[in-house]
Each structure stands twice: as C-alpha cells, then as structure tokens.
Design a binder for this molecule. Structure first.
Ligand code: TYM
Length: 380
C-alpha cells in the first residue's frame, strides 16, 4: 500500500504528486505547455500555473491545438455542497475564471446537492439545497462572465440531464465503479449511479471539454475517457491542481468537520487571525534566538506555502520573504502576520462580491444567454 491515498472522498497521508502522476497515468504540465498557454493567453500566466499549483493534465495540449485551429473548447467544473466552502475549494474556480477571461469560452458549473445528500449520512436534502445556494453565491463572487456561464443544481436540472445520464450509466458496470471508487456492498445505490451524472456535462457541447479541478476528481474523467468516443464526443481534458495544504500541516486535506484545518470563506478577520496564529504549521525554530541563528524552513511552513500557492502573486516580493525567513531575519509571527493581512484583504473583497451575487444569481442559473440555452435545448 502507498503511504498516501487520493480518492474523490478522501486524502490520506502526505501526497507525493510526482508519484500520483504515475499512479493516475496523467501527464506533467511542462514548461513547454506553460509557454504555449502564456502566448495564447496574451503574454501572462496565472500564479496558479506559474507556481505549479496546477501540475498535471490530460490532453491539455489537444485543447490548445483545438483553440489554435479555431474549434474552441469549453470549461466544466463543480462543487459538492457539503457545507461552507474553504479557500482550497476556490482554487479550481479561480483558474476557471482566468481561463474564461483569456480564452472567452463557455463555463458549466455543476452543484451536486444530490451527491452530498447521498454521501453524507447526516445531510438532509433540504440542507444540501441550502448549501448549494450558499456555495453558488461564493462561486458567483469569483466573477464569471454571466453571458457565458451556466450554474446548475443537480436536483433542479436533473430532468435535462437524465436521458444522457441513462445512456452513460448503461455503459458502466458495477465492477468498474467498485474498482475505481472503492464502493462496497454497503454503499447506497444512489452513489453507485452518481458517477454517470458527474460525467454528463462533459457532453454539453460537441467540442473538447477542459476540466479544472484538484486531482481527487480525476477518477471520473478516466471513466469518461473510456466511453466518450463511443458516444461521438471528445475524451474530456483535465487540468489538475494540488491541494492547498491544511493549516495544520501537509497530511490529508482541509476538512469542514475540523475547522482548525481550514480558512472558510465565511471566517471573519478575527477568526482568520486566531486560526493562523494558533494552527498554521510553522517551519520556524522553537525560540527567537534559535530562529535568528538557524533560520526558518519555508518548504515545510504552511503560511509560506499558502503565500506561494495563491496569496502573494508578486514573484519578487515572495522571494524576498523566502530569503528573509530562511536567513532568520523574518520571524514566524511576522510571516503569519503577512499572510493574515493577505487573506483578510482577499476575503473582504470576496464578501462584497458575494453580497452582489445575491442580486445576479438568477442570471447564472436561469436567465443568462448560456443558461437560457441550456434550459431550452441542452447538448449541442
Ligand atoms: P468538492 O466540493 O469536494 O470540491 C470542489 C472543488 O475543489 C477541489 N478541492 C481543492 N482544491 C484545492 N485545494 C484543496 N484543498 C481542495 N479541496 C477540494 C476539488 O477537486 C473540486 O474541484 N464531486 C465534486 C463536485 C463536482 C466537480 C465536477 C468538481 C461535480 N462535477 C467537475 C470538479 C469538476 C465535489 O464534491 O467537489
């Protein structure tokens, strides 16, 4: 058994991402692909790409070929509304928005209230719907183009998806999902059917679908890729991110049931401060004297890694911080203070956008150009 495990439901141990590429059979995102994206995107790369947070892919090169040939592509991503969203959950949405802005493409966002109802023993359907609404506000706050984005809740949109879900489900047998997802004899039959549904949006257009998500969702795309061509659709392409590590260290992933592991989008500035100060795993030395003498280790310091992965896009500033922390000039408390300010600035803007999202939710779900088209006649 590997010393770590990644499934759509669980991350155990410290993930070795190089190894995961081999286990999952995906491709590494090379400098060459990054250069191509930079060129096609108008000369710049998003920090999540530049710093290797998105590190692996399937058929990303083919997506870029299609784009260059003028065939275009579309984006698909999603969220399982199990509770409040944390900052890690936002990572795929942030890149999706950037890709939409740069490539001017359609975005489909699936909110799987059904999946979370089925998956979480204590979750009622009403509660899952409530979280679907709350999470949708957080997603809209990221700033997608309202004319080119369709956000749908499974329990509402199921009627349109059901014919395609059936066709997909008929081609997947129990042994396959058991092997891919580890289902057992006691898994409820709703969850056994669910993978067919998560695959449906990859067939929303007869162009290549690119899916930004963390690598835990890849098992779905593996099944999709075995089926797609028999339906006359493209194999889904994917771009996989690493996990923003839990505050408490690099083991496992952030968890809603352990609030000390995560910063939630709903955390106020005081909570952010308390959590970072108390829980953010530090690469610093136990005393100031030792720290000044020996320096800190940014490679294992969660605060530094959060800055590197998302919160300090300025390369020059980041390398100054790294150097200063490593040399012992910057103390753990100062590093944490810097991160706290960055997160609170980010959340303040997010909260304001989230308020505005309440006014425009109906556009993304029902009334935008793409939303109307999807309710009228999906699957072009
Ligand atoms: P969910 O709600 O578990 O996660 C939502 C998205 O966030 C990613 N993610 C993370 N990314 C970075 N750092 C983390 N710590 C972190 N934790 C989670 C997930 O990979 C995901 O992209 N079944 C899905 C919902 C879904 C979906 C999709 C996701 C339906 N269709 C298409 C992606 C693409 C789920 O429960 O995601």
């Amino acid at each position: 058994m590997e010393e770590f495990e990644v499934t759509p439901w669980e991350v155990r141990g410290k993930v070795d991402y190089e190894k995961l590429i081999k286990i999952f059979g995906t491709e590494k995102i090379t400098e060459e692909i990054l250069e191509r994206i930079r060129r096609l995107a108008g000369g710049e790369l998003h920090v999540l790409l530049r710093r290797g947070v998105f590190f692996s892919h399937r058929d990303l090169d083919k997506v870029l070929d299609d784009y260059e040939k003028g065939n275009g592509f579309f984006l698909y991503t999603g969220r399982g509304p199990s509770g409040p969203m944390h900052i890690g959950h936002l990572i795929p949405f942030i890149l999706t928005k950037w890709l939409q802005d740069r490539f001017d493409v359609n975005v489909y966002i699936m909110i799987t209230d059904d999946e979370k109802f089925l998956d979480e023993e204590k979750m009622s359907l009403e509660e899952a719907s409530k979280w679907a609404y709350e999470n949708t506000l957080d997603i809209i706050a990221v700033g997608f183009n309202p004319d080119k984005t369709f956000i749908f809740h499974d329990t509402e949109y199921i009627g349109k998806m059901y014919p395609l879900a059936l066709k997909i489900a008929k081609k997947i047998n129990y042994n396959l999902v058991k092997a891919v997802f580890g289902f057992s004899g006691s898994t409820n039959i709703g969850l056994i059917f669910y993978p067919a549904l998560q695959i449906v949006p990859t067939f929303f257009e007869r162009r290549r679908c690119l899916i930004p998500a963390a690598i835990d969702q890849d098992p779905y795309w593996r099944i999709q890729r075995d089926l797609a061509e028999s339906f006359g659709y493209y194999k889904a392409a994917a771009i996989h991110s690493k996990f923003l590590p839990p505050l408490t260290g690099f083991e496992g992933k952030m968890s809603t049931s352990r609030p000390e592991t995560a910063i939630f989008l709903s955390d106020d500035s005081k909570t952010v401060r308390n959590k970072i100060m108390r829980y953010a795993f530090s690469g610093g030395q136990p005393t100031i004297e030792l720290h000044r003498k020996l320096g800190g280790n940014p490679d294992i310091d969660v605060s530094f890694q959060w800055l590197k992965m998302l919160f300090e896009p300025n390369d020059k500033v980041l390398s100054e911080i790294e150097e200063s922390y490593r040399s012992g000039r910057m103390l753990t408390g100062e590093l944490k203070e810097y991160l706290i300010n960055k997160i609170n600035e980010f959340l303040e803007i997010h909260r304001a956008n989230r308020e505005k999202a309440k006014e425009i939710l109906h556009v993304y779900k029902y009334e935008g150009k793409l939303a109307r088209k999807m309710w009228e006649s999906p699957f072009t």
